[in-house]
Design a protein around this ligand. Structure first.
Ligand code: WT7
Length: 690
């Protein structure tokens, strides 16, 4: 069986535990037994891989830990720097007890990430290589751009922005679906040193307004409408409402540059505010196709991306230029074993970090051909992904477990009727991938031929932190395996003590890495409190994790008040704040529950105002409230009427109990005697099916 081979298993990373087990399992034939569940890359794959054995990985990892400055500056030297960084490759303080948290990489180095993504590749002879294959929502609708063409488009937009007063350091909000204009917009901002803040186009007007008010852009880039699956979504109407809202809150946006997406609507059907709104196509073509680069310091901000935390207010994660550039480029290259002949498709939207680091920057820094898909992955039928894979001969396919689980529910023939023989590496991100989804992805989609890179990382980390290198390691379905170069994960107990060997606890990271976020926009204190104070001396990820006897890392999900719905991160507090805005809602408490496709679903306990009767209509209007406040992706799956909530005598909601009730584990409610009113629990149980 070509899936597994015996060599290169003689050593594991330090702290990895015993290796006897690993050596024992390689004799297995088909899939190994449960506890010896290892899947080896084929000899053919490892033979051609950038990192082809555990030893090679370990040597590189060791070097990256022993001398991070040398390791990363060697890699950074492969990119274009107008001026080299100073003597210190990096400096950091990750210990709140020693002063403010600060991380700097390549400080003093002058560069531009857009230049490195485009000009550098064109100059290296890749001008005629396809940069983007764009696949529209409808079958047969597509377009493509070479690296030279992409550079020209980016320059035209960059010139427009400059001409309209956008300067280095200014924020630009981008609210676009997966049109080519989305990566173009990001790169155009980067080219002129503007700080892009992409807001996922599934967010509501209120959420968009909240982000606009926080970062105060003068320009927003959007389009009039988009088709997603069978639906048409009028994005411009959402933007209009957001701009009304934000001007009431004191931030008025001067220009709304609107791409006319004639595939989804018409100009006549688009509401227009003269003076503020400008049609993209009417102005951009008048601008020159070349544009001087704004050279920036490695530590100048590149982008802001809002993400959810455990309070209602989203956090503006700030990434800077140089370290992020080197880190996304390197992680992309190694985790997907990238070769210049690859065609790469990541199904994520550029509205999330995955689309920043692994649709736009990481791949383009490597001169890769990237598929950008506008539509829904199950439209017009569940075979669409494999249709796209065959059409563009996709060789690296990166997606989320939720999509795998949803496609797995349909007949395998939707997959097997397509050839998929171009595929060589698969990837997974967003949440832990359950072993049965892993196996289906591996066996059915990848024909038991393609290694899966299960990449653990976060908006905050900029790039992959724990991930297989597909040619190096035997994989265990459901484990993200080992740390990337330069990353030192540690598992700590409640008190913040590091635990060695086989264990479970809180996942932290020791030391900085180039792609780490540098602050939360406008709130460095929250940055320190959330990430560096819980376990002094470490970056705290918010995830639980265990390490097995072979040293493999297994992510077990969030340990804070954040839930992960279809790989989208949602703060329970955000959903609660939206619910209590409903005029009949007195109080709400939200917990995550297991969901077959989404990973986690949103379960909301709602206390109504005195005397308001329960009704289906009210339930619907509560859900609608959340859709309007946050976005459809955050809509609660279940509303549970709650005459009261279980609270301690000091008024703290005991979510542990709510989680047990939500998952109907009623025998495991635990001690309820500390509740201010223990009878609340019986009332809740009685209403479970109402
Ligand atoms: C959270 C970060 C990073 C890209 C997408 C989400 C969870 C992410 C994995 C994985 C287990 C994962 C974690 C993490 N997560 N990837 N491969 N295995 N869990 O970015 O919105 O910043 O969410 O997603 O819980 O903390 P994000």
């Amino acid at each position: 069986n070509s899936l597994r081979h015996v060599e290169s298993m003689s050593q594991l990373p330090s702290g990895a535990g015993k290796i006897s087990q690993l050596n024992a399992v390689v004799l297995g034939e088909s899939l190994a037994s449960e506890e010896n569940d290892l899947v080896f890359p084929s000899k053919e794959f490892s033979g051609q891989a950038l990192v082809s054995s555990p030893q090679q990985y370990m040597e590189m990892h060791k070097r990256s830990m022993d001398d991070p400055a040398a390791f990363w500056s060697d890699i950074a030297s492969e990119f274009y720097w107008k001026q080299k960084w100073g003597d210190q490759v990096f400096s950091e303080n990750l210990d709140v007890r020693k002063g403010p948290i600060s991380i700097e990489w390549f400080k003093g180095g002058i560069t531009n990430i857009c230049y490195n993504c485009l000009d550098k590749n064109v100059e290296a002879g890749l001008g005629d290589k396809t940069a983007i294959h764009w696949e529209g929502n409808e079958l047969g609708v597509d377009a493509s751009l070479t690296y030279s063409e992409l550079l020209q488009r980016v320059c035209q937009l960059a010139n427009y922005l400059k001409d309209n007063g956008v300067k280095k350091g200014d924020a630009v909000v981008i609210y676009l679906p997966m049109l080519m204009e989305l990566p173009i917009a990001m790169l155009a901002c980067a080219r002129i040193g503007a700080v892009h803040s992409v807001v996922f186009a599934g967010f509501s007007a209120d959420s968009l307004a909240q982000r606009i008010v926080d970062c105060k852009p003068n320009v927003i880039l959007t389009c009039n409408a988009v088709k997603r699956g069978p639906k048409t979504i009028n994005l411009k109407a959402i933007v209009d409402a957001a701009l009304d809202q934000s001007s009431k809150d004191g931030v008025s946006v001067g220009i709304c540059l609107t791409y006319d997406n004639s595939l989804a609507t018409t100009r006549e059907n688009t509401k227009w505010q003269n003076g503020r709104d400008v049609w993209w196509q009417d102005v951009i073509s008048q601008y020159p196709t070349s544009c001087e680069v704004e050279w920036v310091d490695a530590e100048d901000p590149l982008f802001l991306l809002y993400t959810s935390g455990s309070t209602g207010k989203p956090k503006g994660v700030l990434h800077t230029t140089g370290g992020y550039m080197i880190y996304t480029a390197t992680t992309f290259k190694y985790a997907f074993d990238y070769k210049s002949t690859d065609v790469y498709w990541c199904t994520a939207d550029c509205g999330w970090i995955t689309g920043h680091s692994y649709v736009t920057y990481g791949p383009m820094l490597n001169g890769a051909t990237v598929v950008v898909f506008e539509g829904a992955p199950n439209y017009p039928d569940p075979g669409r992904c494999w249709d796209i894979v065959d059409k563009y001969k996709v060789s690296i396919f990166y997606t989320a477990p939720t999509l795998v689980r949803s496609l797995m529910r349909d007949d395998d023939k939707f997959v097997t009727r397509h050839s998929r023989k171009s595929l060589r590496v698969l990837g997974s991100v967003g949440e832990p991938i359950n072993p049965s989804a892993w196996r289906w992805f591996f066996n059915v989609v990848g024909d038991s031929r393609c290694p899966i890179s299960d990449t653990w990382w976060q908006t905050e980390t900029g790039g992959f932190m724990i991930t297989p290198l597909p040619g190096a390691w035997p994989q265990k379905p459901g484990s993200a395996t080992f740390p990337f170069f330069g990353v030192q994960p540690v598992i700590v107990d409640e008190k913040g003590n590091e635990i060695e060997g086989e264990c479970s606890g809180y996942l932290c990271v020791k030391g900085s890495w180039p792609g780490a976020f540098r602050t939360l926009f406008g709130d460095h204190e929250r940055y320190e409190t959330t990430y560096f104070k819980p376990f002094a001396g470490y970056y705290f990820s918010g995830d639980g994790c265990s390490r097995d006897k072979d040293g493999y890392y297994w992510l077990t999900g969030r340990v804070d008040d954040v839930i992960n719905v279809s790989g989208h991160r949602i703060g329970t507090a955000e959903v609660e704040s939206a619910l209590v805005l409903h005029p009949q809602c007195a109080e709400a408490a939200v917990v995550g529950i297991e969901h077959e496709v989404k990973g986690q679903g949103i379960y909301a306990f709602v206390t109504l105002l005195e005397g308001v009767p329960y009704s289906e209509e009210l339930r619907k209007s509560l859900v609608l409230m959340v859709r309007n406040q946050i976005g459809a992706f955050a809509a609660p799956d279940r509303i549970h009427w709650a005459p009261g909530l279980p609270k301690t005598r000091s008024g703290k909601i005991m979510r542990r109990i709510l989680r047990k009730i939500a998952s109907r584990q009623l025998e495991e409610l635990g001690d309820t005697s500390t509740l201010a009113d223990p009878s609340v629990v019986d009332q809740l149980i009685a209403l479970a099916d109402v």
